[in-house]
Design a binder for this molecule. Sequence first.
Ligand SMILES: [Zn+2]
Length: 289
Amino acid sequence: MRTRRIPAPVLCVLLAMWGCAMWAAGCGVRPPMLGGDEAPMVAGRAGIACQVAETQSEPPNPAGPRTIRLGHSVEGTPLVLHLFGRGDGGTLVIGGIHGDEPNGADVAQRLLEHLEAEPGARDGPPVAILPQANPDGLARGTRGNARGVDVNRNFPAANWRRLEPGHRYYGGRWPASEPETCAVLIAIRLTRPERIIAIHAISGGRHCNNFDGPAEDLARAMSALNGYPVVASLGPCHGSLGNWAGVDGGIPILTLELPRLLPGPDAWDQNRDALLEAIGLGRFIPVAR
Ligand SMILES: [Zn+2]
């Protein structure tokens, strides 16, 4: 019986095409579809996915916000999302993605405490707050997480890129390889936000309202209240949340860059009105809904 053999050059081309497809399956991951009830499945190169490990929707304190446990950091600290208001959408506020920018986590925590004390917040516009997205980094005072990954370069954006461990912007072994990144992706899937505010800090007088995606109006509304300039781009930021959610996914996202050395209480005073405005509880300009 005669068997047909695939010529060697054709075999090489087929193997190369298969290799490219496998690579794309891991690295060219697109934002998960927003909507639907299933947990987000964000495939990495090893086929690992972000899944909702455990959730808890009962308020620990009946008078307080509902909470969802999104998972754990590398070193086991729970990553907890706090929910206010009614309905879907609204605003997702994230603090402390970079552990060496503690005033960002402090401002997110102060916003959370402000809403806990605000009688109208429980029935107001929907707001979800993840005050400490990188608790291990915050505990160590390091930019990255406990594995040295810059969580804000680990999102499965089209422009994610591979860098060597130890690099300041090391984005992990593959996109969404870190549990902290997964927690943010899960929070976005669960809350389906109309806008995202990520609170960071920056040195050299470059504090600003930086936006990605269709968030220029939001940046201008906040600028009117915190006095920070509106900035469209802070550089390529490969694999950042801004690129994944704003540029690739079309979700308005505002990266609030605080002055790096400004203590948390002062940063809160400077930004309280702008943040309340952004989440729809401000007293100044109605945020378009
Ligand atoms: Zn930062």
